[in-house]
Design a protein around this ligand. Structure first.
Ligand SMILES: *Cc1c(COP(=O)(O)O)cnc(C)c1O
Length: 396
C-alpha cells in the first residue's frame, strides 16, 4: 500500500485541470501579468464569499497582515496583542511595522487566543488585537470585538488558515476591522504560487491598502505614501477564481472527513480537535494531541501515514524572537499544545480507504503507548484520569 499523503495537491490539480488550462492561456494571451481584470474579479468574488464589502489582493498572506497593520496606523512604539501558537508570519508582520508583539496564552480546547486574558495585556501603547483563526477555527470574536470597542483598539483577523470559516453564522474576515488571508498552495484555497488578500468593510481602509500594495501611488508616478510592491499576479487571480468555485465543496469534504475521524477515534485514548459549538471549523489542519509526539509521529510514518506538526515551537520561544524577552513557562497552554499536536492527513480528495489506514494506525500506536505508559507508571495515569488523556500520559 502506498503511503497516505498529508496533502495531495496533484490529485486536486487533476480534478480541475480542464478548467485551469484555458484561464492560464487567457492570461498568457492577454499579457496581463500583474493585477489586471482577473485579479479585480477575484477580489470581488472572494470578498463576496467572505461576506465583506472589499477585498484587496496582495502577493502573500504575510503582506496582507503587514498592510492591514499599517492601514490601522500601527507603527513604532505601539503594541499588538496576539497568540504565540501561530505560524511565525503573524508575528513577523507585527515586527515589520516596528510595533511590539505582546502575547496572550491560548484556550486549551480551541487553541485560539484566550479571551479572558486579553484585557490584562492591554497597556496605553496597545493599538490592535490580532486573533488567529488557527487550524481553520474562528477565535471567540464577540468578546474580542467588545474589548476592542471599549479600549478603542483595531481588530485584525489572521484568517490565513480559515477561508470560509464561520463564527456564530458569520464568515470570518469581516467581524474585526480587517481579515487577512493566504493563498499559499497548501492552504484551503491555494494559488499556483503565492497569494494573499485583505478583506474589510471599511472603504477608507480598503483605499489605503490598495495604494500601499502598489507603491503608495495615488496615480501613475505620483506617490503619496511610502508603499510596497505587494501586488497579486494576474495568473494567480485567474487560477484562484476557478478554484474559488470549488472551495465550498472542498470545505464540506474536509468537514465530513473531520467528523469521520472524530467518530472513528472515539475511545482511542487520544484527544481529537474541539470544534466550538458556535463555529464552522474548516479543518485546514486536523490536529490530534498525543503523548510522546515524536515517537508517535515516527510510528505513524513507519505505518505508511504522513503527518505534520503545526507548530512545534510557539513563537515566544523561537530563537529569532528571543529579543521580545519571553521564556519557557510564560504561556503553558501554548507550550503544551506545541508539544502535543500532530496533524493527520486532511485534504478534500482523501478516500475512505486512505482514512481507514490512518485511523487504524493511530488507534494501534495509541493503544501501544497507553499500555507502555500504564506499565511504567500506573499510579500517575490512574490519578489523572479525569483530565484530558494527553496530560496524564505526557506526565507519565
Ligand atoms: C500561512 C500563514 C500566514 C502567512 O501566509 P503566507 O501567504 O505564507 O505569507 C500567516 N498566518 C498564518 C496563521 C498562516 O497559516
Amino acid at each position: 500500500m502506498r503511503p497516505v499523503p498529508f496533502l495531495n495537491l496533484k490529485a486536486q490539480y487533476q480534478s480541475i485541470k480542464a478548467e485551469i488550462l484555458p484561464v492560464v492561456n487567457k492570461v498568457l494571451e492577454s499579457c496581463s501579468f500583474v493585477l489586471g481584470s482577473e485579479v479585480a474579479e477575484f477580489e470581488k468574488e472572494f470578498a463576496a464569499y467572505q461576506e465583506t464589502d472589499h477585498g484587496i489582493a496582495v502577493n502573500t498572506g504575510t503582506s496582507a497582515l503587514h498592510l492591514a497593520l499599517l492601514a490601522a496606523g500601527v507603527g513604532p512604539g505601539d503594541e499588538v496583542i496576539t497568540t504565540p501558537f501561530t505560524f511565525v508570519a503573524t508575528v513577523a508582520a507585527i515586527v515589520y511595522t516596528g510595533a511590539k508583539p505582546v502575547f496572550v496564552d491560548i484556550d486549551p480546547k480551541s487553541l485560539t487566543i484566550d479571551v479572558t486574558r486579553i484585557e490584562a495585556a492591554i497597556t496605553p501603547a496597545t493599538k490592535a488585537i490580532l486573533p488567529v483563526h488557527i487550524h481553520g477555527q474562528a477565535a471567540d470574536m464577540d468578546p474580542i470585538v467588545d474589548i476592542a470597542r471599549r479600549h478603542k483598539l483595531v481588530v485584525i483577523e489572521d484568517a490565513c488558515q480559515a477561508h470560509g470559516a464561520e463564527y456564530k453564522g458569520r464568515r470570518v474576515g469581516g467581524i474585526g476591522n480587517f481579515g487577512c488571508f493566504s493563498f499559499y498552495p497548501g492552504k484551503n484555497l491555494g494559488a499556483y504560487g503565492e497569494g494573499g488578500m485583505v478583506t474589510t468593510n471599511e472603504k477608507k481602509y480598503a483605499d489605503t491598502i490598495r495604494m500601499l500594495r502598489d507603491w503608495g501611488a495615488e496615480n501613475k508616478y505620483r506617490h503619496t505614501m511610502k508603499g510596497y510592491n505587494y501586488r497579486m499576479e494576474g495568473m494567480q487571480g485567474a487560477i484562484l477564481r476557478v478554484k474559488l468555485r470549488h472551495l465550498e465543496a472542498w470545505t464540506l469534504a474536509r468537514r465530513a472527513h473531520a467528523r469521520r475521524y472524530d467518530e472513528l477515534l472515539v475511545n482511542s485514548g487520544i484527544a481529537t480537535p474541539v470544534e466550538s459549538s458556535f463555529n464552522r471549523h474548516v479543518y485546514h489542519i486536523y490536529a490530534i494531541r498525543v503523548p510522546r509526539r515524536e515517537a508517535f509521529q515516527q510510528a505513524l510514518t513507519e505505518s505508511g501515514v504522513q503527518s505534520g506538526i503545526h507548530y512545534p515551537i510557539p513563537v515566544h520561544l523561537q530563537p529569532a524572537y528571543a529579543d521580545l524577552g519571553y521564556s519557557a513557562g510564560d504561556f503553558p497552554q501554548a507550550e503544551a499544545a506545541a508539544h502535543e499536536v500532530l496533524s493527520l492527513p486532511m485534504f478534500a480528495e482523501m478516500s475512505v480507504a486512505q482514512q481507514d489506514v490512518v485511523v487504524e494506525a493511530v488507534r494501534k500506536i495509541s493503544h501501544e503507548m497507553l499500555v507502555d505508559a500504564s506499565h511504567k507508571a500506573p499510579a500517575k495515569v490512574e490519578a489523572k484520569q479525569d483530565v484530558p488523556m494527553i496530560g496524564a500520559v505526557a506526565a507519565a
